[in-house]
Design a binder for this molecule. Structure first.
Ligand code: ATP
Ligand code: MG
Length: 316
């Protein structure tokens, strides 16, 4: 890494296994797969992709085996998109535990530690890195099949910290929108992953055409086909495209991942294909244990959103 030392970015002393790093290695060693969701530009749908991917995976796995680390310190949105606003981390004498969301998804976000929803986090790089390091090393995540990491846009401090703290990362999913401006910066995201030796699982093109809710006609709001062409040019896999759909925004605002509430929509179908490709990638790397219809999925309400009463009480 040109001019940037490991010590500067991870806070761990070179050659010296600090207690915290040992804890991090031990805790993260119990997480089978780790994927970071990144983008060049902001607002392209990373968080939306992260939470829906978590749901898609949680539906297939045993309860409590999927986690999300919201590594967006200044603009944490995972809690809102999973209907977990106001939840808190569970702290007990034996440790700190993630909050539990729909389908038992374990979530850690700075948002769960802030005194109010309006409180901004005004931190420079080192403090943000320290928070991310503690989220990975000091939270009792337990045995996970998959940890998804939602990053802020670009290739700044948070992204660099996560990649350096987790060199064993399975890979990154890059989210873009079909405009040349966005695609230019995606190239930087690809180069960033390559520089750090993290595999690029593939590119998701979000907001790719608008399907008219009345007649079903597709309107290409931005240009068409750019994400796929760019992926080919960069030699990375194109995972698929998700159309612009007002119901996705509505569902996100209401804290309901859209693949749970609009199962038959074109967006949900294309998301399922994207998730399938990502599982394919993980399966090739190592076993991904999935159950067809685990008990917690069979027992959930029609939206799959009911959480255990216990969790509510513990988090109250
Ligand atoms: N395909 C889509 N159709 C409609 N709305 C969408 C779609 N994808 C994302 N959105 C909405 O666009 C907004 C931005 O999405 P999101 O927060 O996931 O982007 P982001 O890349 O995580 O942003 P940031 O860079 O700020 O972290 C959200 O309100 C989300 O609900
Ligand atoms: Mg986001």
């Amino acid at each position: 890494m040109g001019g940037v030392s490991q010590e500067q970015h991870t806070g761990f002393k070179r050659g010296e296994l600090g207690e915290q790093e040992k804890r991090l290695r031990e805790r993260m060693g119990r997480v089978k797969h780790k994927i970071a969701v990144i983008s060049g530009k902001g607002g392209v749908g990373k968080t939306m992709v992260t939470v829906n991917l978590a749901v898609a995976f949680a539906k297939k796995s045993a309860p409590g085996k999927v986690g999300i680390l919201d590594a967006d310190i200044h603009g944490p949105c995972v809690p809102r998109m999973l209907g977990m606003k106001g939840d808190i981390l569970r702290i007990s004498p034996i440790g700190a535990f993630p909050a539990t969301g729909p389908l038992g998804i374990k979530v850690v976000s700075i948002d769960f530690l802030l005194p109010s929803q309006e409180t901004p986090v005004i931190w420079r790089g080192p403090l943000k890195m320290s928070a991310i390091r503690q989220f990975l090393s000091d939270i009792t995540w337990g045995e996970l099949d998959l940890l998804l990491i939602d990053l802020p846009p670009g290739t700044g401090d948070e992204a660099l910290s996560v990649m350096q703290l987790l060199p064993e990362m399975d890979g990154v999913v890059i989210v873009t929108i079909p405009s040349e401006v966005s695609q230019d910066v995606v190239k930087k995201a690809v180069m960033f992953a390559r520089e750090l030796n993290i595999p690029v699982i593939g590119v998701v093109e979000n907001m790719s055409g608008l399907i008219c809710p009345n007649c079903g006609t597709r309107i290409d709001v931005f240009k068409k086909g750019g994400g796929e062409a760019m992926s080919r040019e960069l030699g990375v896999d194109f995972l698929g495209e998700i159309p612009l759909d007002p119901r996705i925004c509505e569902a996100s605002d209401e804290g309901m991942p859209f693949i749970m509430v609009q199962e038959g929509s074109p967006a949900a179908k294309s998301f399922a294909e994207i998730a399938e490709k990502i599982w394919g990638f993980l399966s090739e790397k190592g076993s991904v244990e999935t159950e067809k219809h685990p008990e917690h999925v069979r027992n959930m309400d029609k939206n799959g959103l009911r959480r255990e009463a216990d969790d509510k009480e513990v988090n109250a």
